[in-house]
Design a protein around this ligand. Sequence first.
Ligand code: AP5
Ligand code: ZN
Length: 220
Amino acid sequence: MRIILMGPPGAGKGTQAPKIKEKYNVCHLATGDMLRAQVAKKTELGRQAKKIMDQGGLVSDEIMIGMIKSELENNSECKSGFILDGFPRTVAQAERLDAMLKARQQSLKHAVELRIDDELLVSRITGRLVHPASGRSYHKIFNPPQKSMTDDITGEPLIQRADDNEATLKKRLATYHDQTAPVISYYQKTNIWRGIDASQEPGAVWKNILGVFEKGGNGN
Ligand code: AP5
Ligand code: ZN
C-alpha cells in the first residue's frame, strides 16, 4: 500500500500515520521528523533546515526529494509500501514522486487530505508535546501523557517544537496555502484523492481513514 497523507500543520498527520503504519505494515516517512533528526545531530543540513523551519518556510525541493528517494531505495521497511507524511509539499515534489514511482513501476494507491479550518489549529499546535526520538506526539489537553511531560513508552522527557508557537504557525499556514494547496489540486484531478474531516476527535478521523482504504482506491 502506497499512501500520502496531506493537511495543514496540526491537522493530525503525525497522529494518524503511526496507526496506518501499524495496521498495514508499511514504513512511515515523515519529512519534518527527518529534518528535526538532522537538527538534533547538528549536521550542516540540520543547521540550514532549522533556520527555514523556524521561519515557517520550506526546505529546498532537491534536498527533500533526495531524502525521500534515499529512504524508498534503502529502507527495507518500505518494501511493503509506505505512508508519506509532510511530502510532497510542492507541485515539483509531487511530480518527482510520480516519476520516481513510475521508474519503479509503482503508483500511489491513496492521497488522503485531512481537511480542517485554520482557526482550529492554534490550540492543537500550541498544546502539542513531542517525544523527539520517536516523533510520538501528545497534547496537553486533547491527548495528555500518563505522566506530565514524560513519554508513555520510554519515560523520556517531552518537549515543545521550536516552530510550535502562534507567530510561526501563521507563517506555516501561509506557506501551506501558497505552496501546498496546489499539490492538493494536483491530486484532486486524479482518482486517488479523498478528503476527510479532520476536525473530529482522533478516533473518528481514524475510522474515516479506514473507510477510505477499505473502499479501495486505484493503482497498486
Ligand atoms: P512537519 O513536521 O511536517 O510539520 P507540519 O506539516 O507543519 O505538520 P505538523 O507536524 O505540525 O502537524 P501534524 O499534522 O503532524 O499534526 P499532529 O498529528 O502532530 O514539517 C515541519 C517543517 O519542516 C516545515 O514547516 C518545513 O519547514 C519543513 N519540511 C517538512 N517537510 C518538507 C517538505 N516536504 N518540503 C519542504 N520543507 C519541508 O497533531 C498536532 C497536535 O494536535 C498534537 O498535539 C495532537 O495530539 C493533536 N491532535 C491531532 N489530532 C487531533 C484531533 N483529531 N483532535 C484533537 N487534537 C488532535
Ligand atoms: Zn507532523
